[in-house]
Design a protein around this ligand. Sequence first.
Ligand code: 8Y7
Length: 276
Amino acid sequence: MLRCGKFLLPLDRPLIMGIVNLTPDSFSGDGLGSDAERAVERARRQIAAGADLIDLGAESSRPGAIPASLDEELERLLPVLEALADGPAPISIDTCKPEVMRAALARGASMINDIFALRRPGALEAVRDSDCAICLMHMQGEPLSMQRRPEYGDVVREVGEFLAVRVAATTAAGIDRDRLVLDPGFGFGKTLEHNLTLLAHLAEVSRDGLPVLAGISRKSMLGAVTGRPASERLGASVAAALIAAERGARILRVHDVAETRDALRVRQATAEARSA
Ligand code: 8Y7
């Protein structure tokens, strides 16, 4: 089970995390900027379609993106979080700013999704005294420059080592392991080949049985494979989610919740027939 604020999430089947993007400049065309009402509406529709969690983000982390200011991020996030915090699904906040983490946790956020894996000064302290879940993600470099020249000897080993070091730092700060989720960070300082190698070996990314989150939905690696723009990557995204599930991913971060849910239902039904 994953401790996730007031929720206790079962990890015996893959969970779906629906993406609600409050940035004005999303690559995948789903950015809602500061339209809080539409964001709340989108989250509720995703929950109705089978999302087990919602990931709210207000800072663009696409390659080359300009960081949002603290005030901007809070102004976009908090009204949406407040409208959703008492709902049936845990709300995850995608942020690397300790001040945003604290504000969100005080308003009922159940998870912190930090693409910097709590490396920013003050981040470990910001989440320590709560019971939120935490996603620790691997990234090589920083969003501004990470796609310039990603380099690895053995990408699977290096990503696994990085995550193990972040788990050690997090537990040393007094955070229990049952709050942690690990993520190889598809597209964050990785070439197409690195991304595909990580997907192929996803099960090896987590060394000590911690659950793995995979975020591949609509990403450029799928564009590179299919030759399609972000708006036409639904089929590729569902396929990637299913492959990640086959390789043990426990949380799938996706834009298209209903389609991913259907794919997982077919997988589940097949698994049950096999064991019958
Ligand atoms: C990921 C993510 C993004 C991911 C986690 C996008 C915020 C780019 N990707 N967080 N965030 N994992 N944990 O395409 O892969 O959604 S932003």
